[in-house]
Ligand binder design. Structure first.
Ligand SMILES: *[C@@H]1O[C@H](CO)[C@@H](O)[C@H](O)[C@H]1NC(C)=O
Ligand SMILES: *[C@@H]1O[C@H](CO)[C@@H](O)[C@H](O)[C@H]1NC(C)=O
Ligand SMILES: *[C@@H]1O[C@H](CO)[C@@H](O)[C@H](O)[C@H]1NC(C)=O
Ligand SMILES: *[C@@H]1O[C@H](CO)[C@@H](O)[C@H](O)[C@H]1NC(C)=O
Ligand SMILES: *[C@@H]1O[C@H](CO)[C@@H](O)[C@H](O)[C@H]1NC(C)=O
Ligand SMILES: *[C@@H]1O[C@H](CO)[C@@H](O)[C@H](O)[C@H]1NC(C)=O
Ligand SMILES: *[C@@H]1O[C@H](CO)[C@@H](O)[C@H](O)[C@H]1NC(C)=O
Ligand SMILES: *[C@@H]1O[C@H](CO)[C@@H](O)[C@H](O)[C@H]1NC(C)=O
Ligand SMILES: *[C@@H]1O[C@H](CO)[C@@H](O)[C@H](O)[C@H]1NC(C)=O
Length: 366
């Protein structure tokens, strides 16, 4: 069930974003370039396509093929969008889109690519590293293929200057995130959840002034969160990650203290650090996050009490700090919160058992 809801969310995000990239102009005037045509035919030859989704992939003008968009003046292919709207594992098997293929290295010969989306297509094998060198690529999704692998340190090492959107969730990525991701200055969405990414989070992410979503839940991350973020004075607002709304790092092996910069992420809506090995106190600065709606810190080794500043979290609707080493302390912040905005969900369990569980249940979570 967890899996399905994650896919549902991915899908919603994909649909929302791809609707902006509808068409790159009037394709009937353009003629596909010979090199792009060869690369696509090479790709098509490796596909199974049992449902004949690529029946329009005939003739020499690939600009008229389904899922392909060209620059109308040059005929260069700028978009390949064959995403399957249905997750591979969903029940609606009649509507799945199994291309059951590897991604050929030659696909990256289409150097004019701006938009590439082959999510949920049952692709396997390696992600060609050349994708990380495509100079114009802005949107890159291979989410939900389950079986695609790549080394993060190689794929993200390069000159991916224009990239805005990366979604490789639910695959088999491994290796460490290189500090060069801090050079992707246009990056807004970075989703590598449900992979096998190891190592730590580079402090260079502080340079990503436009980043809205940073998702790495369900990986093999280790070490502490960086104590300080790099280059936070690059951004107009001078605060770290000024546009970050979603930070999800749950289900990893992260440890150490929660850094103070978390409390400076003024636009944060969701903070999910659950099921790691974080220790020490909850920074009082988290009480500054005026837009925070969901805070999940459960399943760590956090001790101390809830900071009084939590009384200021007026948008919070879900707070889960259960399965930690917290003591109840004073209940003032919780009462303040409950008065300001009744929570839908709140979960505690305290070592001193003064209060084992407080629940304000509006929408019961299963
Ligand atoms: C498009 O290019 C192909 C060769 O790649 C050529 O055979 C065909 O005539 C061209 N079509 C148009 C309408 O220019
Ligand atoms: C891709 O580019 C390489 C190197 O430029 C070239 O050798 C190869 O023939 C190209 N493949 C296709 C299918 O265009
Ligand atoms: C390409 O499309 C744009 C917008 O649709 C249009 O203004 C332009 O004239 C087209 N160029 C060519 C060469 O057809
Ligand atoms: C895909 O994953 C399955 C196990 O989940 C594995 O047996 C198979 O070898 C993988 N296929 C490829 C091509 O990696
Ligand atoms: C990031 O870009 C800067 C400037 O282009 C360069 O000096 C630096 O080496 C790059 N960092 C990494 C880790 O690639
Ligand atoms: C996770 O990382 C550790 C080292 O940090 C490694 O020993 C372990 O094999 C990794 N787990 C998986 C599933 O790759
Ligand atoms: C919080 O949300 C509001 C409205 O959604 C927005 O205007 C504001 O910029 C956000 N950020 C902060 C720091 O309040
Ligand atoms: C919290 O745990 C740390 C060790 O992880 C310990 O040094 C500290 O004294 C503990 N604080 C409280 C309030 O229990
Ligand atoms: C709550 O916010 C108010 C106004 O921003 C501030 O004066 C107060 O110190 C805050 N309370 C706590 C406990 O942080």
């Amino acid at each position: 069930m967890e899996r399905l809801s994650v896919f549902g969310l991915l899908l919603a995000i994909l649909c929302a974003i791809t609707s902006k990239y509808g068409s790159y102009g009037d394709t009937k005037f353009s003629n596909c370039s010979k090199n792009d045509l060869e690369a696509l035919i090479n790709f098509q030859n490796g596909l199974e396509d049992p449902e004949n989704r690529l029946s329009s992939w005939k003739g020499s003008n690939c600009c008229q093929w389904r899922g392909i968009d060209c620059d109308n003046s040059t005929g260069a292919v700028v978009s390949i969008d064959l995403r399957n709207p249905f997750p591979v594992n969903s029940d609606s098997s009649s509507s799945t889109n199994p291309l059951n293929s590897e991604l050929p290295d030659w696909l990256v010969n289409i150097s004019t690519l701006v938009h590439f989306d082959l999510s949920n297509c049952n692709l396997f094998g390696r992600i060609p590293l050349g994708f990380g060198e495509l100079p114009n690529l802005q949107y890159f999704s291979l989410a939900g293929n389950d079986n695609l692998s790549a080394s993060c340190s190689q794929l993200f090492r390069g000159s991916w200057k224009m990239i805005r959107y990366i979604n490789l969730a639910s695959n088999r990525l491994h290796g460490k995130l290189p500090s060069s991701i801090g050079n992707m200055s246009f990056l807004t969405n970075f989703d590598l959840s449900m992979n096998n990414v190891g190592g730590g989070i580079p402090s260079s992410i502080g340079k990503l002034c436009k980043l809205k979503e940073f998702d790495l839940f369900g990986n093999n991350l280790t070490g502490s969160l960086p104590e300080f973020l790099e280059g936070t004075d690059n951004c107009v607002s001078n605060s770290p990650l000024p546009n970050l709304m979603y930070l999800r790092l749950s289900n990893n092996h992260l440890q150490g203290k929660l850094p103070d910069w978390l409390g400076q992420l003024g636009n944060l809506v969701e903070l999910d650090l659950s099921y790691n090995q974080f220790q020490g106190p909850i920074p009082a600065s988290l009480g500054n996050l005026q837009n925070l709606t969901i805070m999940s810190l459960e399943g760590n080794e956090i001790n101390g009490t809830l900071p009084e500043s939590f009384g200021n979290l007026s948008e919070l609707s879900t707070l889960d700090v259960s399965v930690n080493h917290l003591t109840a302390g004073i209940l003032f912040p919780m009462l303040m919160l409950a008065i300001r905005k009744p929570w839908s969900n709140a979960y505690f369990n305290f070592l001193d058992r003064i209060v084992d569980k407080l629940l304000w249940v509006k929408n019961k979570r299963s």
